[in-house]
Design a protein around this ligand. Structure first.
Ligand code: AMP
Length: 364
């Protein structure tokens, strides 16, 4: 099947971005570097991306007339979050090119269809079963064995809608705690480490992968991403191949992330796909010549995607909640780049910024 022939956007063209969080903000900054304009669409008046964009629409994701006006004011639409409602994507597509295509979201918005898709592509995932009652959980848990993890099919992120079940006595409480909603039950993976693949695919089908970060979570929220990851070059190449094969299977245009577990013997299991730029790729802003945001903007604008060469080792640390009050102290660090998202309120666990600590390449 030929790739879609879409005009290459010239500098001065406008990129529409659905969602106004920090990812939208960093996409807008990368777009500005190439002379593109941005128009952010987000219902939240205090969106961090509004501060750095040319135009804003403050409206709900189901406001049809606002969506049509937005679509007509931009040359392409992309998004910074994966829970864009299906109807919103469908409506926009009737008026403007949307990249990556919203049909991909139909698969990734539901953990069951997502994991089934990954497994059907021949990639490893933890064993899982769909469940929608405590009785079904009990049956699935007998087959998968304890401990296992219950996850809502939809709208789960940063560990929200997720409960570990150690034994049968915990089933009812776990079911209640995820809101008694359709879910999957998954084997608990005793992983050695977590990694992710950040992959970019262009409109012409060109594929590029960044080096692999090793990700450490605290309370299910990403705390640090360190590059290089402590994995063999063989495992790193295998991870990149897995990420690239998923991007190819989706005929994806833009940057996406694939989170993986590394278990004993360096077996790789796909945990989750994020069809967007990703927190575990924020280190690319300062340790590579082109960042994940640069590559995403280039991909959706039809521009070339050169290899994303890394020039430094790096550890990215998320600044959560009150961490941001240490900003001036952190700004003293040499060889570190501080990024703050311009959010006013530092609620506990809220992503306020990140710090990229750079080191000379170790050559791993
Ligand atoms: P998720 O919401 O699926 O991205 O999960 C968030 C985090 O929970 C992951 O990054 C892991 O640290 C942990 N986790 C998720 N699923 C499992 C599992 N099946 N076994 C062990 N840990 C898990």
């Amino acid at each position: 099947m030929p790739e879609r022939a879409v005009a290459i956007l010239p500098p001065g063209a406008t990129i529409g971005i659905l969602g106004g969080g920090q990812l939208g903000r960093m996409l807008a900054l990368a777009a500005a570097r190439l002379g593109f304009r941005t128009h952010i669409y987000c219902p939240d008046p205090s969106s961090p991306a509004f501060q750095v964009s040319n135009r804003r629409t403050e409206a709900a994701y189901d406001d049809e007339s606002a969506l049509i006006r937005f679509a007509k004011s931009v040359d392409v639409v992309t998004y910074e979050f994966e829970n864009v409602p299906a109807d919103t994507g469908g409506l926009l597509m009737r008026h403007v090119t949307v990249e990556p295509e919203p049909r991909i979201l139909d698969i990734t918005q539901d953990r069951y269809t997502e994991k089934s898709f990954v497994r059907a592509k021949g990639l490893n995932v933890a064993d899982f079963e769909p469940v929608s009652s405590p009785e079904e959980i009990a049956g699935a848990a007998r087959r998968l064995s304890y401990p296992c993890v219950l996850k809502t099919r939809r709208m789960g992120y940063d560990g929200k809608g997720q409960e570990r079940i150690a034994d049968p006595s915990r089933i009812e409480a776990a079911w209640a705690s995820i809101g008694a909603r359709p879910a999957i039950l998954e084997s608990f993976v005793a992983f050695d480490r977590e990694i992710s693949v950040i992959v970019a695919r262009g409109r012409d089908g060109a594929l590029q992968c960044f080096d692999i970060p090793e990700n450490r979570h605290e309370n299910h929220i990403l705390r640090t991403s360190t590059v290089p990851a402590r994995i063999s070059s063989l495992a790193a190449a295998q991870a990149r191949d897995m990420g690239a094969s998923l991007a190819e299977a989706f005929r994806y245009v833009g940057v996406m992330a694939v989170e993986m577990f590394v278990t004993g013997g360096e077996r790789l299991l796909v945990n989750e796909i994020a069809p967007r730029v990703h927190n575990s790729g924020h280190w690319t802003e300062d340790a590579c010549y082109l960042s994940q945001f640069d590559l995403h903007i280039r991909a959706v604008a039809g521009w070339p995607l050169p290899a994303p060469i890394r020039h430094s080792d790096v550890e990215m640390t998320n600044l959560l909640g009150e961490d941001a009050s240490r900003s001036l102290e952190l700004a003293h660090e040499p060889a570190s780049v501080l990024h703050l998202y311009g959010k006013e309120e530092a609620r506990p666990g809220r992503k306020m910024g990140h710090l990229n600590r750079l080191k000379p390449m170790s050559g791993r």
